[in-house]
Design a protein around this ligand. Structure first.
Ligand code: DQA
Length: 145
């Protein structure tokens, strides 16, 4: 399978950013972890601080052989209807992931406007949230019905 690992704003600073919340590992560590765990799959890793760039990349998935997306929209999670719309139009599994447990944090983080358009949401397991996200994409692809 070809799976897109898509990260939104501020996630480029992973490892330096509030390590007590987000851990000390970086996006480079994430790439290594995923590629090692799923050698039979191919991955594209994208991070952008720009909402429009993420919309454009999601739109491209309409015409490209991408089988699923593991998506951490960062703070866009909580207010971007444009990203929700861009996810809604896709016919491939999109799994929303978060490093932190959104439900244990500020009340504005407990609401995702995007998760309802996704196959599901995984939150609270650090980098392992992405590993679970990849497994969820693969499960959605192989299950019957
Ligand atoms: C985050 C949670 C968001 O609320 C926050 O804005 C982020 C990271 C997470 O992975 O825990 O940027 O998506």
């Amino acid at each position: 399978m070809k799976i897109l690992i898509l990260n939104g704003p501020n996630l480029n600073t992973l490892g330096k950013r509030e390590p007590e919340v987000y851990g000390t590992q970086s996006l480079t560590d994430l790439k290594e972890m995923i590629e090692k765990a799923f050698p039979e799959d191919s991955f594209e890793f994208i991070q952008s601080n720009e909402e429009g760039a993420i919309v454009t990349r999601l739109n491209q998935c309409l015409d490209e052989p991408v089988d699923g997306i593991v998506f951490n929209p960062g703070a866009f999670t909580h207010y971007s209807y444009a990203l929700r719309d861009a996810v809604s139009m896709l016919n491939i599994p999109v799994v929303e992931v978060h490093l932190s447990n959104l439900h244990a944090r500020e009340s504005f983080r407990t609401k995702s406007v995007i998760a309802g358009a996704c196959a599901g949401q995984i939150s609270g397991f650090g980098l392992f949230s992405y590993m679970l996200g990849v497994q969820a994409v693969k499960y959605r692809d192989t299950r019957e019905g």
